[in-house]
Ligand binder design. Sequence first.
Ligand code: ASP
Length: 355
Amino acid sequence: MRKIIILTFISLFFSACEYKIEQKNDKQTTINDENSTKSNFGIVLHGGAGTILKENMSDSLEAAYKEVLEKAIITGHKILENGGTSLEAIAETIKIMEDSPLFNAGKGAVFTHHETNELDASVMVGNTKDAGAVSGVTHVKNPIELAIKVMTNSPHVMLSGAGAEQFASEQGIEMVDPSYFYTENRFKSLQRIKDSEKTQLDHNAKSAFTDPLIKDSKFGTVGAAALDKHGNLAAGTSTGGMTNKKWNRIGDAPIIGAGTYANNATCAVSSTGWGEFFIRAVVAHDISALMEYKGLSLKEAAREVIQKKVPSLGGDGGVIAIDKDGNMVAEFNTAGMYRASMNAQGELTIGIYKE
Ligand code: ASP
């Protein structure tokens, strides 16, 4: 009898302990759930970097740029404020700039040597490190949407040309006639470059790219990076590439690690600049790596890459980025970069030139 009583006590004691442990675990889960909605969030965008000088800009053009930048950042911010994901926020922000003729992406894409428009885009999310990219598409109204579909609905990371367009129509992505991408300004830029090329002996040589007319003709790419209330980072980039490009040239914008990178442990980055150099400097991933392996802050890492590494190779341009704590940077080594940001407190900044 005594044995039975002792055994009953022992088993009651253990089940009480188990109950306590379960309760504790339940509590921990609840605490984690509460933590998964953080108060910190933010979004930052760029609309290209280059020789953007106040003296070359009319008041009305400057106002037109600022209007689109503001609309784009507020749209993304609203999504974040309402608990939407960083991916949704950057997608809608980028689409607004793709639909504007002012930027070298979507509607306002620059012309290739053969007077066509070949568009590139990429996207990455920091929680799973999933990524998607497209290059050389000619009928896709919003290439950023297609890059997202490649990430979410295909087993691949990067699709190009006709195959990417076939995938786009299978996914129900909006397709347009190539004439949709015609803008007079971009067409005139192409003609100016072609005229100047005639005076160059070897216009295929690398030296041709140092001609300021050609060098600056590639800027105007768009991109965004965001941190959502769930603590997830995302970045995306979209471009028409470089005016007068030949041979299906592809820049950094659709290259994961160069034009776009996101990692919840560090930051989300979108690049704009002279693509050949941004590929060789692996700009977006390099910024993340400096934070991850060297413990640099986002600001320090972006400075290191944009002010030292890229120029040491001979390139120029800039990045926008946001880190896992919501700190945002817009770092560039050119005269200007179209940019905007909005933090959790709703503070809005819009900039074009160097301060
Ligand atoms: N990085 C883009 C490219 O080289 C151009 C740009 O950002 O303006 O295609």
